[in-house]
Ligand binder design. Structure first.
Ligand SMILES: [Ca+2]
Length: 573
């Protein structure tokens, strides 16, 4: 796993590491006597079932990290009705082992060993003495069509490994290696930390294998990859139909801030609850936008619906509309120029393809149809309505990749597993309202918000983009919050978050547990956490205005058709 850079989804971001360079070096007592030397043959000799050790390398201590043994290899995966597969892993065994284990999620469609754990957490893993692990989930991202052999014929072992099998089986093997290496029968705590696809991995672990982990940090979870892909395809198609250049997006963003910023009680450039906004793109016609461009923005706000008008996936938050094009992480990222052939099956010609077009291709075509050559531009959507035959096929084939069924977390909660979820309100890749839907349904399933908060807490982050970045306070330590919760019984009510520019913190603010909204106290520096609070039992984030209603942010369960309900209806249950 590279810990000097991170890859979340198809795009990279490097910035936040500098903030952690000053962490103090921790001196450790003399290293314990290990059962094995950090050598390939010695670790292979521990005979962990299904594991092949390819290399073992001693990495010298380098502040803040201790010396550790870096182990690479593979685990043979099997069962679950699919043929055998093989998943690569990297495991790090520090000299100062703290008795605990943490697994790194991986972003995008996986296929690498690059961690998508919260970047504020990652530098603490080895420094605090955690044994760590990561897996590529059984395929290489460099293989462009790992999902199938010939078009239409799935590579079932690789798909099952990607959906859920590899993480579980690498978890079991890695834990066994840790126990054998440190000559112990028990691991004191096991945690999972991942964002985006990595957030999804953590939730699938909790729902399918509730005894694997004691605590899970799930950032911007890819709760419904099918719905997300339909939504981002819709957004991208809206802008194919009515291209909006960057200067117009800048004007849209300014208009949104002007309309929405003050609704939370303080004009500070941040929108605490974008669902409460009442931004109407028509107000910018004709001075800034053509009517066609305004219609495209309204289409981006819309949820995905089925042919009966029921909601499949929520729409976009208005905060991000002004950034649609400027962020390289966005659904239409780098749509710098109008598409060469808007009506073609391949609108981009030889130009750069927007990131979320590629994600939609990967999910809907490669994992849905097992055929990346299908016409994504015309075969999936009519506006914001998904074609019924498509809906049926992709949800059936991807059901095992969708962890958003709130009824599947009971066993994890019953053994007192903790779930810490965060999601940026300016997420351009996964709708923030999808996490709101999920958490509301979890609360309904588990006795309401107060009761649910014993095991699961959601922290919505104003102005934060996908997993990192954005204008809001987007750097926060969820590892310490989870440790305090799982090990000391101190649940996180408010997590302090920072925003930095040019490597300098310029703003701090608490993130409140949903549905509480952070409130400015009315006096003092609004950029200081000390002048904000998370009022107990506040439910301000449940409030919606016209934009939240338009996006379906507040849609009650009967108005929605979600994957579990759809599949249950299909099977006659
Ligand atoms: Ca504000």
């Amino acid at each position: 796993m590279k810990i000097s850079s991170r890859h979340i989804g198809p795009l990279h971001e490097f910035g936040l590491w500098i903030a952690f360079a000053a962490l103090p070096y921790v001196a450790f007592a003399s290293a314990p006597t290990f059962a094995a030397e950090c050598k390939t043959t010695a670790l292979a000799g521990l005979n962990v079932p299904s594991m092949t050790v390819a290399s073992a390398t001693v990495v010298p201590a380098a502040a803040p990290n201790p010396e550790y043994c870096d182990v690479k290899g593979s685990v043979e995966t099997s069962g679950e009705g699919a043929g055998n597969g093989s998943a690569n892993f990297e495991i790090q065994l520090p000299a100062n082992w703290n008795g605990k284990f943490i697994f790194n999620g991986v972003g995008g469609l996986a296929g690498t060993l690059n961690s998508s754990a919260n970047p504020a957490d990652q530098p603490q893993f080895l420094a605090r003495g955690y044994a760590t692990a990561v897996t590529d989930t059984g395929h290489l991202a460099s293989q462009p069509t790992w999902e199938y052999g010939t078009p239409g014929t799935p590579d079932t072992p690789k798909i099952v490994d990607y959906f859920y099998r590899a993480v579980h089986e690498v978890t079991l093997a890695a834990k066994q290696l840790v126990k054998s290496y440190y000559r112990t029968e028990t691991i004191r705590r096991s945690y999972f930390d991942g964002c985006s696809n990595g957030g999804k991995m953590g939730l699938i672990e909790a729902s399918r294998y509730p005894t694997d982990y004691d605590g899970i940090i799930s950032g911007a979870p890819w709760l419904d990859p099918v719905g997300t892909s339909l939504w981002s395809l819709k957004n991208t198609k809206a802008l194919i139909d009515a291209y909006i250049p960057q200067d117009k997006f800048d004007a849209v963003g300014a208009a949104i801030i002007k309309q929405c910023d003050k609704a939370d009680g303080v004009v500070d450039g941040l929108i605490q609850n974008p669902a409460k906004c009442a931004f109407n793109p028509d107000a910018l016609v004709p001075e800034t936008l053509t009517q066609k461009q305004a219609n495209a923005l309204k289409m981006i706000m819309n949820p995905i619906r089925d042919e009966h008008g029921k909601l499949i996936y929520p729409g976009s938050s208005v905060g991000n509309l002004g950034q649609e094009n400027s962020s390289p992480r966005g659904p239409v990222g780098r749509l710098d120029t109008p598409p060469a052939d808007p009506n073609g099956a391949d609108p981009w010609g030889s130009g750069t393809v927007p990131g979320n077009w590629n994600l939609a291709n990967g999910i809907l075509l490669k994992l849905g149809y097992y055929d990346g050559g299908k016409d994504l531009n015309h075969s999936i959507l009519n506006g914001d309505v998904v074609k019924p035959d498509v809906l049926d096929l992709v949800y059936t084939r991807l059901a095992a990749d969708i962890p958003d069924d709130p009824s599947n977390f009971g066993a994890y909660f019953a053994r007192n597993g903790k779930l810490l979820i965060y999601h940026g309100y300016d997420d351009l890749i996964i709708s923030p309202y999808s996490s709101v839907w999920f958490y509301e349904d979890l609360a309904a399933e588990n006795g309401g918000y107060e009761k649910l908060q014993a095991n699961a807490r959601l922290f919505m982050v104003p102005g934060m983009q996908h997993c990192v970045g954005g204008t809001g306070p987007n750097s926060f330590d969820t590892l310490t919050a989870l440790e305090n919760w799982a090990e000391r019984g101190v649940a996180p009510d408010a997590i302090p978050a920072t925003h930095s520019a040019n490597n300098t913190v310029d703003r701090t603010m608490p993130l409140c547990k949903f549905p509480e909204e952070a409130h400015y106290k009315g006096t003092g520096d609004e950029n200081s956490v000390s002048n904000w609070s998370c009022p107990a039992k506040d439910q301000s984030l449940l409030a919606v205005g016209p934009n939240g209603i338009q996006a379906g942010a507040n849609a009650a369960a009967p108005a929605r058709v979600r994957a579990p309900a759809k599949l249950a209806a299909k099977s006659g249950n």
